[in-house]
Design a protein. Structure first.
Length: 530
């Protein structure tokens, strides 16, 4: 490029020279990687970059999904780890396989000039087991692109679409397309865009990829004792789980924990003929039923003293929950329930309380194996979803005390014959404190940064798309002990569609969520930390 020649002592320019200088300056501002416009592209510019990346992302995700990934098969997981390492190395990351008591973790690291803080991203590469005969495709590990029919189901596209066209409502079916290989691919392809634009993230990046999340991450907590220094960061982002059902950009600031217990009630030593011993031998199923009904009222509220202790909401918190675009009518229609339980004034508020749930019951047999007998015992399995205000050990103990108040003798072992003869009402009680909950303040620096990133990425025109703010989600992620051990603020950034059939046959990823997910990752990677 040739610049106009002038006398350096002459401060005047001709009008054509001025016009030319203005255009040169404008070109430099737009093109130079360090410029303001280059560092802060408009929402439309980001959309164009993401659109160009969609088909490479689809192809890469299909290649990733082609690797079976049930954590019970160690060789399959090791194949996934090798693929993941190669994909990360392609983006310039230094990778380390972290050995654990079971299957290893993958740690990837990349530093950038002038970056003084580090963000740790969590993903997992393992998936739920597959029952291939229940899928509407030949192989759950060979992705199939489908579209919705007028009847509401999905069928394979009749022809291969051109690589310039992506319909947001198309879906890519295959195991782990959503949970959790899809989000990994979204991040990788967002990094490709950043690199192609000759930009650098304003923070250092660490990525930890779990290989046993679907098995409860049994080695994750133990790995911290060995690798805590390598995993240190300023913030942690968990990229797992579904977005709000509206598919609007979502930030989730915590998740509930999970404790549990099992109770068994007893009748005769062995099942007895209901004609000979009905009205005489106590039926353990009725005893179990009385215990269960003593724990909740007809509106679904827990009656165990102290169960909701310490939980209160200020006006700002209530406002945040009310702003989530939930539609109770739609939720109830999807669940086919006439009326919801009355714990909290809306769906989001119900998630802020601990829940008590019967997750399974058994007493004798039904169906072909049924007999006219008085059962010998009855068992119920429970889970308690915890919130940060509730400690799992304390909650389990509250339940145990409640059972005692109902007139039962509570044992921590299967009763002996002598104990069965001595005590009229026996319960074998077995509890575990489980996994704790976590919640990060929405208004602390991490929350402010991520909300800004979403606004930068999704803009305000033509329709404002502020992120949906979820104070705490109902489910539990096993990474919580990890967050607590590192003692850093963490936020869940979910990227996939709510109706993705995760853990079930016909798991899928909506391509509109692939688009939004890449854009979300790109927005985070290009927004300076506070």
């Amino acid at each position: 490029m040739t610049f106009p020649q002038t006398n350096r002592h002459d401060q005047s320019f001709s009008k054509p020279q001025c016009h030319r200088l203005i255009w040169i300056a404008f070109w430099l501002v737009v093109s130079y990687p360090g410029s303001v416009l280059a560092q802060s592209p408009s929402s439309k510019q980001i959309d164009a970059l993401v659109d160009k990346q969609l088909w490479p992302a689809i192809d890469e995700l299909s290649a990733y999904v082609a690797l079976p990934n049930d954590a019970v098969n160690a060789s399959d997981i090791l194949n996934n780890i090798a693929w993941t390492e190669k994909a990360l190395a392609k983006r310039g990351f230094q990778t380390t396989v972290l050995k654990t008591a079971n299957l290893p973790l993958v740690l990837a690291e990349k530093t950038f000039p002038k970056a003084t803080q580090t963000v740790l991203f969590y993903f997992h590469l393992d998936g739920q087991p597959v029952r291939a005969n229940e899928w509407n495709q030949k192989d759950p590990f060979v992705t199939v692109l489908k579209e919705k029919t007028g009847a509401g189901d999905y069928k394979e596209l009749s022809s291969n679409p051109p690589k310039t066209v992506v319909n947001d409502e198309w879906r890519l079916f295959g195991r782990s397309t959503s949970d959790d290989k899809g989000p990994i691919i979204m991040m990788l392809n967002a990094l490709d865009i950043v690199q192609a634009q000759k930009k650098t993230p304003p923070f250092n990046i660490k990525i930890i990829i779990d290989s046993e999340e679907e098995k409860g991450s049994p080695s994750l907590k133990g790995a911290l004792d060995t690798y805590k220094d390598k995993l240190r960061a300023d913030y942690m982002i968990v990229m797992d789980g579904p977005m709000h059902s509206s598919n609007l950009p979502t930030l989730t600031f915590g998740c509930r924990g999970n404790a549990g217990f099992t109770i068994t009630t007893y009748g005769p030593a062995t099942p007895q003929h209901s004609g000979h011993f009905g009205n005489y031998a106590p039926n353990p199923a009725f005893r179990l039923a009385r215990l269960i009904t003593s724990m909740k009222d007809e509106q679904g509220r827990v009656l165990i003293p102290g169960f909701y202790e310490g939980i209160a909401f200020d006006d700002e918190t209530k406002k945040i929950m009310a702003a989530v675009p939930d539609k109770e009518q739609d939720i109830n229609k999807a669940l086919l329930i006439a009326q919801e339980d009355k714990v909290g004034s809306n769906y989001q508020e119900s998630l802020q309380y601990p829940s008590l749930n019967v997750r399974g019951m058994k007493s004798a047999e039904i169906g072909k194996g049924a007999a006219t007998i008085v059962p010998s015992e009855a068992t119920a399995l429970f889970d308690i979803r915890l919130v940060p205000e509730t400690d799992g050990k304390r909650m389990v103990e509250l339940v145990r005390k409640h059972i005692e108040k109902q007139g039962f003798t509570v044992l921590d072992h299967v009763p002996t014959p002598e104990e069965r003869l001595k005590y009229a009402q026996l319960v074998y009680f077995e509890g575990n404190a489980g996994t704790p909950a976590f919640r990060t303040s929405i208004n602390e620096p991490m929350g402010v940064w991520l909300r800004k990133a979403m606004t930068n990425g999704f803009g305000k025109e033509p329709v404002r798309r502020d992120p949906v703010i979820i104070r705490i989600m109902g489910g539990t992620v096993p990474v919580v002990p990890f967050i607590q051990a590192l003692n850093i603020p963490a936020v869940i950034v979910p990227l996939v569609n709510m109706d993705n059939n995760q853990h079930s046959p016909n798991e899928n990823l909506r391509l509109g969520n692939l688009r939004t997910g890449i854009k979300t990752c790109l927005s985070i990677l290009t927004t300076p930390l506070n």
